[in-house]
Design a protein around this ligand. Structure first.
Ligand SMILES: Cc1cc2nc3c(=O)[nH]c(=O)nc-3n(C[C@H](O)[C@H](O)[C@H](O)COP(=O)(O)OP(=O)(O)OC[C@H]3O[C@@H](n4cnc5c(N)ncnc54)[C@H](O)[C@@H]3O)c2cc1C
Ligand SMILES: NC(=O)c1ccc[n+]([C@@H]2O[C@H](COP(=O)([O-])OP(=O)(O)OC[C@H]3O[C@@H](n4cnc5c(N)ncnc54)[C@H](OP(=O)(O)O)[C@@H]3O)[C@@H](O)[C@H]2O)c1
Length: 485
């Protein structure tokens, strides 16, 4: 039973967009008695906004200003550097909170399941992205960039992010918040060509049009599309092609025309000033095997596909048997992310999500919902959707929580006091990072960045992050310092 006047304590696990939108909705739309604690395994908040969004897209990252307003709410507390399922269990949290909201995202990679995938130089985009964004789990990745050609497998926005990051001029990267270790490695990179391989056609690509158009705006980079291959891949009409697909096809046709014009000029002996780097967009190619040895990747063998409609009219890739071997020294697999289970929390091992009904976690044994357990974001619906998609998604889950609160369906925790919850978290993780700790990190990174004309210079090691967080002064001191930065 929940008493109308006593606090309703909610723990949100994960501090990405989904967790923050859920917190914001709960505090804005729920009764004044709602109190939110957010638990994050890293010392830093914002999930993929910090560790996924590409460094050359700073405007997108400014969404964190909205989350900052939530974090400064007097009924909100942030606790970083505490991993649920490792440092503290679900059952322990349930003793302190009326509701638990899982917002853990989908941070693992989806394997291709082909030979050679494990070779050095064959990397999931999940790791490469985390490396260039200074995620502490991957600061030591050190990809070998001494080859001339890299292959990116996949046709989503992550594939385009990775391709762009591998060819952007250093002068441009040096103005971003890219990890220092990645900047240094990319400065020495020998990569001249990044080939992006899609298994289906241009009208089925998952990338969005601004991201595709952006490729042609990179200084010193030619975008190459073979007109014949493009038209072959467009031969089967896609009844599901949406406006984005149509715009992408138009853009790709422009790229193909520009490629043909350059080829004609060069065939006539006019070498002109060839751009030092290129992105080659290829279609209807599925990887069959990655070749190489202990010293790394040497080539990828693809099978050429044709498109065939399935029973629902969705065009799928079917191998023709025709093979193509393309040499490369680096392979990035950008074929999607994947959720991971949390101990003692239901998990759908086929869809890699926490099973739920409009955000209420489903009990796989009984089939009903688990009282007081909810889910939001990528771990609720799978790893698709932009930052804003998580807002509506979080709203649905928060509506379910508030509905359950009104119907008195939330469990009553044994120890609902905020101090008791904090005592548990501190006992399990003495180096807990509070919001003041994060603000100290934020200030430190921004001050280091400002000295170099960059938005921030990220700290990439847990020890460094904890050391700076531990120096956090009072909230007032940090506010004043942040305003000066
Ligand atoms: C490479 C990449 C680039 C992207 N770029 C853009 C873009 O430019 N624009 C755009 O609109 N969208 C972009 N997106 C999509 C956007 O990032 C996602 O829609 C969004 O981040 C999903 O939010 P989430 O909160 O569900 O997950 P996440 O952002 O992944 O947050 C999950 C959080 O939970 C934490 N966590 C995980 N397990 C635990 C645990 N056991 N205990 C405590 N904490 C835990 C994680 O550390 C993380 O902070 C991009 C996605 C990727 C992968
Ligand atoms: N700038 C931005 O706004 C931005 C940047 C990055 C990410 N995001 C968002 O984040 C989400 C995740 O992006 P994502 O790129 O990881 O996923 P995605 O959009 O789902 O794209 C995954 C790609 O991988 C391909 N693929 C899957 N399995 C494959 C296989 N076995 N072999 C070859 N190709 C395979 C898919 O092809 P099929 O279609 O044939 O399955 C698809 O092209 C998306 O919603 C994306 O828009 C946004």
């Amino acid at each position: 039973m929940t008493d109308a006047a006593s606090p309703i304590r909610v723990a949100i696990i994960g501090s990405g967009p989904a967790g923050f939108y859920a917190a914001g909705h709960l505090l804005a739309e729920g009764p004044q008695t709602i109190e939110v604690d957010m638990l994050e395994r890293l010392p830093t908040p914002w999930g993929l906004v910090r560790s996924g969004v590409a460094p050359d897209h700073p405007k997108i990252k400014s969404v964190t200003r909205i989350y900052e307003r939530t974090a400064e709410h007097d009924r909100f507390r942030f606790f970083g550097n505490i991993e649920v399922g490792v440092d503290v269990s679900r059952a322990e949290l349930a003793r302190h909170y009326h509701a638990l909201v899982y917002a853990t995202g989908s941070l693992a990679d989806r394997p291709l399941g082909i030979p050679g995938e494990e070779l050095p130089g064959s990397l999931p985009a999940t790791e490469l992205v985390a490396w260039y964004n200074a995620h502490p789990d991957h600061h030591a990745l050190a990809p070998d960039l001494s080859c001339k050609r890299a292959i990116v497998i996949g046709n989503g926005n992550v594939a385009l992010d990775v391709a762009r990051m591998l060819v952007l001029p250093i002068s441009e990267l040096a103005r971003t918040d890219i990890a220092d270790h990645a900047l240094a490695a990319l400065e020495q990179s020998a990569i001249e060509e990044v080939l992006v391989a899609g298994r289906r056609g241009p009208a089925q690509a998952a990338f969005t049009n601004p991201e595709l158009r952006e490729l042609a705006e990179i200084e010193g980079v030619e975008v190459e599309v073979d007109g014949q291959e493009l038209e072959d891949a467009l031969a089967v009409e896609d009844p599901h092609a949406d406006p984005t697909a149509k715009r992408n096809v138009e853009t790709l046709r422009e790229y193909a025309q520009a490629t043909a014009a350059r080829r004609r000029k060069r065939a006539a002996g006019d070498e002109g000033a060839a751009a030092p780097r290129r992105i080659v967009l290829r279609f209807l190619l599925s990887p069959l095997a990655i070749e190489g040895g202990e010293r790394g990747v040497q080539a990828v063998t693809f099978v050429r596909n044709r498109l065939e409609a399935d029973a629902a009219g969705r065009l799928r890739a079917v191998g023709t048997g025709q093979r193509e071997r393309i040499e490369a020294g680096l392979v990035a697999r950008a074929v999607g992310y994947r959720g991971s289970p949390l101990p003692d929390v239901p998990f759908d091992a086929e869809r890699y999500v926490i099973p739920n009904e409009r955000g209420r976690v489903i009990d796989p044994a009984g089939g009903g919902t688990r009282r007081g357990e909810y889910v939001v974001g990528w771990i609720k619906r799978g790893p698709t959707g932009v930052i804003g998609t998580n807002k509506k998604d979080a709203h649905e889950t928060v509506s379910a929580i508030l509905e359950d609160l009104r119907a008195d369906r939330l469990p009553g925790p044994e120890q609902p006091s905020p101090d008791q919850a904090l005592a548990l978290l501190r006992a399990r993780q003495p180096n807990l990072v509070t919001y003041a700790g994060w603000r100290a990190i934020d200030h430190h990174e921004r001050a280091r960045g400002a000295a170099q004309g960059r938005p921030r210079t990220k700290l990439a090691r847990i020890e460094e992050l904890l050391e700076v967080a531990a120096k956090a002064g009072s909230e007032e001191e940090i506010s004043a310092a942040l305003q000066r930065a």
